[in-house]
Design a protein. Structure first.
Length: 251
């Protein structure tokens, strides 16, 4: 239980969210992990996309020690993280119609691949269009979002739909509208967002499930090892050599 401090309250809130995800999203996590494993066994490639802070969870599963080597970042210039200047430009680009289709037209994505799309609200044009266009290409889509936004906000896509409406598997992060877990009478705005903690954990649970599913099929999961342990670079080199045609961050 919390010790009464704000840090303790935040950590308790994050733990409660993770428990909810564990208990309420178990079947969806399993479905997402199996989808990725099936994509690997069928020769498909794996991609992850997120805009702004949602990109942090996408980046966390790419070129990651202990993670699947085949996870590639689908980057949209100006929205990957908050390195674009000014930072508000990234938020504006998420609302631009047609951007996702232009990105996919220039990307290596093809039928038989899988794409993880992360968007907390799932309401902006970019993630909605990304999911719609990817599925049109024959790509399987896993969406990671807060489903609550769909019932309490208006879509910013012309279709009036949300990311959750265009996915093969939806993972609900359970994050409340506004993404802030704490309030104080002396502070005029809610604070302490937990979406990055929870979303990153969801995706790592999916990756673990995918690795186990591959092993169950008699296939050694293409996992990376830390370069900071002896033999790690050599191990990774062998994985890169075997799966190089499906790994795009090496090019």
């Amino acid at each position: 239980m919390s010790d009464g401090t704000l840090s303790g309250q935040f950590l308790d809130a994050a733990i409660d969210l993770l428990r909810r995800v564990r208990d309420e999203e178990a079947s969806s996590v399993e479905a997402a992990g199996n989808l990725l494993a099936d994509t690997v066994t069928s020769g498909g490639r794996l991609f992850a996309f997120g805009a702004g802070h949602s990109s942090l969870a996408a980046q966390d599963v790419v070129y990651r020690a202990g993670g699947l080597a085949l996870m590639n970042l689908l980057a949209v210039p100006g929205v990957v993280g908050v390195d674009v200047m000014p930072a508000t430009l990234g938020s504006a680009l998420e609302r631009v119609d047609g951007l996702a289709s232009a990105v996919l037209d220039c990307s290596p994505l093809r039928a038989g691949d899988a794409l993880v799309i992360i968007s907390l609200s799932g309401r902006n044009a970019l993630p909605v269009e990304m999911a719609m266009a990817a599925r049109t290409l024959g790509v399987k889509v896993i969406g990671v979002t807060s489903v609550a936004y769909a019932s309490q906000t208006e879509s910013r896509h012309a279709s009036g739909t949300y990311l959750k409406d265009h996915c093969d598997v939806v993972l609900d992060s359970k994050i409340a509208i506004g993404d802030a877990e704490l309030t104080l009478d002396t502070v005029p705005a809610p604070f302490a967002p937990a979406s990055t903690v929870v979303t990153a954990a969801i995706l790592q649970a999916v990756m673990a499930t995918a690795a186990g599913a591959l092993a169950d099929q008699g296939i050694e999961p293409p996992l990376l090892r830390s370069g900071n342990v002896d033999g790690g670079h050599e191990w990774n080199g062998r994985v890169f050599e075997k799966y190089g045609e499906r790994i795009f961050y090496l090019r």
